[in-house]
Design a protein around this ligand. Structure first.
Ligand SMILES: [Ca+2]
Ligand SMILES: [Ca+2]
Ligand SMILES: [Ca+2]
Ligand SMILES: [Ca+2]
Length: 550
């Protein structure tokens, strides 16, 4: 008698837990209308949800309402480059009918759209730990000698890093954000390489830089909503190391990029899964905090207007988004790879064949289809461990591993020429990729659905950037007058060369992000400015100059 009661209590508790696990709390992603000159727009500009939205959430007993883009917003009257979307995650109580709630929210007319928060996974799987040391023989993706112990290899089936590093090895002017399972921040291969939020005072419980995140120093953990960006799965540490493990430091491995800063957005949990809301918020975080490249080695089967909007916003701010095709060995479209404005990356083997299968499953393989941009090395990719600073024996395989090769390369291109747009980076990656390197049946001449434009070639990509950068401006710099400089709230542009008309005035911030754009339609144009004080770079049809804002 005495024992039976506690046992029953435990059974009951287990039953409750199981029932809740089977019916998770519905999560909605909503985007408010981009109204202008209204109370709603003013509210959005202060990053505060309007009253009607708050009331609706109250009626539905929302457990949590969280902005996915809490970053700085332009003044309501500013001629801004891009309107930052006002997008929120709404979490409703367990047991709520998700489809009904979605309809209820939609019918209010408050929202541009209401979608159910989907999930996806990281696109890489870890391998065994082999005994064979000798890293020189392991990083076949960067320089392939034809000798590789784990799989057939072909000399030259690599991304030509040894010819690319003499052009640039990267520097701290470019920040790459990884949206992944986190990163082993104290790894010696990442020493002085992790991005630091200089405007944030650590551990004082205050959001000092008012970017919407308290005490965020190296990025953010969107899974637990904390500043702890440590890796609890391993996928993120491997991916981050492929992008940026320090090279030529007599230690471990070489990343593609030896100088870039690495911003850590944790959007995959300790099971390698994540909600789209985590990924969407991560994109806004990366853009708002100065990243130029975002690596997304993950994917889900659902489409999402919210995630597409975030990617479009990133592109408009000059941020390159690279994502993996995923590993189902099919033409099934995964997202974000299938979204517009993304460099979608597939995977190759050490002998340049398409990875089908990867080493970890006979039914796996690099996905293909019309949205594929390029391919890169992705099978048997040795890298850093998330549990040890001295174990260099782990390797992973998946389009997850191909993607950071391309992201690291994109960051090298931006080091050489920061004013490159995401579309230009993508076009250059595609134009310089090696075609007809794979099997004759799949890698047919020109673009094909298995190799895209081909296997990326870092040496050719960087050389093409250097060549383009050296091209003289078509119009004399003196043909554009900009005053006052330093500027305050207004700027006047005057042109004496008609060739400058109907081109876009673009202003870039100190880390090379596009923060302002306006079409020059007349010889003299007055622009209202709403930019933070600092140094900027203004360009118009090949002419450019430094602009100070006070
Ligand atoms: Ca902050
Ligand atoms: Ca702080
Ligand atoms: Ca190293
Ligand atoms: Ca081809």
């Amino acid at each position: 008698m005495k024992i039976s009661l506690p046992i029953l209590a435990v059974l009951a508790a287990l039953g409750t837990t199981t029932a809740q696990a089977q019916q998770p709390a519905p999560r909605l992603i909503v985007r408010l209308h981009d109204a202008t000159g209204t109370a709603q727009a003013a509210a959005a500009s202060r990053n505060v949800a309007p009253a009607a939205f708050a009331q609706l959430n109250h009626q539905h007993h929302a457990v949590q309402v969280q902005p996915l883009n809490p970053g700085p917003r332009p003044l309501p009257n500013a001629v801004a480059a891009v309107t930052p979307p006002a997008v929120y995650l709404v979490e409703l109580p367990a047991g709520t009918d998700a489809a009904q709630a979605q309809r209820d929210y939609q019918q209010t007319g408050l929202f541009r759209y209401v979608e159910v928060d989907a999930t996806g996974q990281g696109g890489g799987v870890q391998g065994l730990t082999p005994n064979d040391p000798l890293y020189a023989g392991r990083q076949w993706g960067l320089n392939n000698t034809g000798n590789f112990s784990l799989a057939p290899a072909r000399a030259g089936a690599d991304i030509r890093m040894e010819d690319a590093w003499p052009i640039t090895r990267g520097d701290s002017s470019v920040t790459v954000a990884t949206i992944d399972s986190g990163c082993k921040l104290d790894h010696p291969e990442f020493s002085r390489r992790i991005w630091r939020n200089r405007q944030e005072i650590p551990a004082n419980g205050i959001d000092d830089d008012r970017n919407g995140y308290v005490d965020d120093l190296s990025g953010w953990n969107f899974v637990s909503n904390t500043n702890n960006t440590a890796d609890d799965y391993g996928h993120g540490t491997n991916v981050t190391g492929i992008i940026g493990a320090s090279g030529n430091n007599a230690l471990g491995y070489a990343g593609v990029n030896w100088g870039c800063k690495l911003m850590i957005c944790k959007g995959l949990d300790n099971q390698n899964s994540g909600f789209y809301s985590w990924w969407t918020a991560s994109i806004y975080y990366a853009v708002n905090n100065g990243a130029r490249v975002i690596n997304m080695s993950l994917g889900g089967l659902s489409t999402s207007q919210a995630m597409q909007d975030a990617i479009t916003f990133a592109n408009q701010r000059g941020v390159v988004v690279v994502a993996c095709m995923m590993n189902a060995n099919s033409s099934t479209v995964y997202y974000p790879a299938g979204m517009s404005g993304v460099v979608a990356v597939g995977s190759t083997n050490p002998d340049d064949t398409r990875s089908s299968p990867f080493f970890w499953s006979p039914t796996s393989g690099s996905n293909f289809g019309p949205h594929l941009s390029v391919v890169g090395p992705g099978n048997y990719i040795y890298g850093l461990s998330h549990t040890s600073n001295t174990n260099y024996g782990s390797y992973w395989g998946g389009t997850s591993q191909a993607t950071p090769h391309v992201a690291g390369l994109a960051a090298l291109m931006l080091t050489l020429k920061p004013q490159l747009t995401p579309a230009q980076v993508k076009a250059a990656l595609q134009a310089t990729a090696d075609d007809r390197v794979g099997s004759l049946s799949e890698d047919t001449p020109g673009w094909d659905q298995y190799y895209g434009h081909g296997r990326v070639n870092a040496a050719r990509a960087l050389a093409s950037v250097v060549t383009t950068a050296a091209r003289p401006a078509p119009v004399a710099a003196s043909a554009l007058q900009v005053f006052p400089n330093p500027a305050h709230h207004q700027l006047t542009l005057r042109t004496t060369d008609a060739r400058l008309l109907n081109h876009e005035v673009q202003i870039f911030n100190g880390v090379g992000q596009l923060v302002y754009r306006h079409l020059l339609t007349q010889p003299t144009l007055q622009l209202p400015l709403a930019l933070a004080p600092g140094a900027y770079w203004l360009t118009l049809a090949g002419t450019g100059r430094k602009l100070l804002v006070e």
